[in-house]
Write a protein that binds this ligand. Structure first.
Ligand code: ADP
Length: 433
């Protein structure tokens, strides 16, 4: 890096004078013209003329300058630099701190204050950022000048993963290097990585369980039960149920990933929720009968128009009504209603079974979360039904609410967006007929 040039006092004055004269060049030109004109008209003599010209030039030199400060003025240079630095810091998307080489804070942005709380200029960075690894990196960057990256986790008040990038950089030629710390919040990234990992592990586990059972029965049928027709019938029935479970699980996994792919695209079709729910209730009537559950449908006769994807809304109604029949079987009755409420059309499914204890409620829509894993498997559940319902409703701009108390049944409400369909003009209808 070239060494900064030292400017002598005489040269600085010369530069100032040149800038002053350049700034006042029009005024000077006019003044000299007037003096020369007066001398030509013999109104003033040579001495007075020279004196007047000297005074005009002196005034131009001493007059305060209005334009940008000279590049060689260290004070104004420092002010300009500080303003520019503030502007750059406030434009950055991450928390950033600037330190002097002793580790005292000389600048920071609003994101840094939001992330670290109270920060004071001039205080050691260790007062605001109490992460030993980062402070070590600050010392290291100050000594070696090499940038360093540190990954750390804050545990309180909530778990937060951050990456600190520490670099020594020269902000002003000839000045010692400043240390810049930028923090990147990796919490979301970590969380989604962990969720993806958990999801793959859960999905593999869910598939492996029926697969292991199938392999076990195949071995038994090839070996000890080879010549036992009664055992064969029984085992084949279990194998069919296990294969069906795997197939349902794969269907649900594929539906979930399809819905995630379209998560940001709002469905635009107009669907009549009332007739859709009537259709689903009719299809589930045999299951309700089989479980001894009375299905009480109060879907409005009039059409209830919502914006939606027909197949996805069928999945919502199927999952909620089927769950109510399966898990609320002991209540012997399930009420299904379609209402055109003020804050949006809704499907309400209410059962009178054991309900859900409050500690489980917030987690019910998580993938593979079940209150009772054995019960869910026993009833042919995949643990993905309510996760699918939640994702479908989110994509529809709607929401799912669950109200329940242990022992008092459960109410699942899917709220959707109303589609305002213009009613046909009766006059036009008459004319057409
Ligand atoms: P599953 O395939 O296990 O039914 P879901 O995602 O549909 O998966 O439901 C998750 C869990 O929520 C179920 O395993 C069950 O424990 C609970 N659950 C769902 N609906 C009801 C209900 N109507 N009453 C009681 N518990 C329910």
């Amino acid at each position: 890096m070239p060494e900064p040039q030292q400017i002598s006092t005489a040269k600085r004055w010369l530069l100032r004078a040149r800038a002053g004269l350049r700034e006042a060049s029009w005024t000077l030109g006019a003044a000299v013209f007037v003096v020369v004109a007066l001398m030509a008209a013999r109104r003033i003599g040579l001495v007075e003329g020279a004196l007047a010209a000297f005074l005009v030039v002196l005034a131009a030199l001493l007059a305060p300058r209005r334009r940008a400060p000279l590049a060689d003025d260290p004070k104004s240079q420092a002010e300009t630099l500080s303003t520019q630095l503030d502007a750059i810091l406030s434009g950055l998307p991450d928390p950033v701190l600037v330190l002097d080489r002793r580790g005292a804070i000389t600048g920071f942005n609003a994101h840094a204050r939001a992330a670290l709380g109270e920060i004071r200029i001039g205080e050691p960075v260790s007062f605001s950022l109490r992460i030993p690894e980062v402070l070590e990196a600050v010392r290291g960057a100050g000594v070696s000048g090499a940038p360093q990256t540190v990954l750390y986790v804050e545990r309180v008040p909530v778990e937060r993963w951050r990456e600190a990038h520490v670099a020594a950089t020269r902000l002003v030629e000839g000045e010692p290097k400043a240390i810049v710390i930028s923090l990147r919040d990796l919490t979301e990234q970590r969380r989604s990585e962990r969720m993806r990992g958990d999801f793959v592990a859960n999905a593999s586990h869910e598939l492996r369980t029926p697969l292991a059972s199938l392999l076990g029965f195949i071995e038994t049928l090839q070996g000890p039960a080879r010549n036992d027709p009664a055992a064969r019938e029984k085992f084949l029935e279990i194998m069919r149920a296990q294969a069906n479970r795997m197939s349902r699980l794969i269907d649900d996994l594929l539906s979930l990933s399809r819905i995630e792919l379209k998560a940001h695209v709002r469905p635009r079709d107009v669907v009549d929720l009332a007739s859709l729910v009537r259709g689903v209730a009719d299809a589930l009537a045999p299951l309700a009968r089989e479980r001894g559950v009375e299905l009480d449908l109060s879907a409005a006769r009039a059409e209830v128009h919502v914006r939606g994807d027909r197949d996805e809304l069928i999945r919502v109604a199927e999952n909620l009504i089927e769950n109510a029949i399966k898990y609320g079987q002991s209540g012997k009755r399930v009420e299904v209603g379609v209402e055109d409420a003020a804050d949006g059309p809704r499907l309400v499914v209410r059962d009178f079974g054991p309900g859900v204890a409050p500690e489980h409620l917030p987690r019910l829509t998580e993938r593979f979360y079940r209150v009772d894993v054995a019960e869910s498997r026993d009833k042919g559940g995949t643990g993905l039904g309510l996760a699918l319902v939640k994702h479908i409703l989110q994509r529809h701009g709607g929401r799912l609410t669950i109200e329940s108390a242990a022992g008092a049944g459960a109410t699942f409400t899917a709220v959707l967006r109303r589609a305002n369909v213009a009613k046909p003009d009766p006059k036009l209808l008459k004319r057409a007929s």
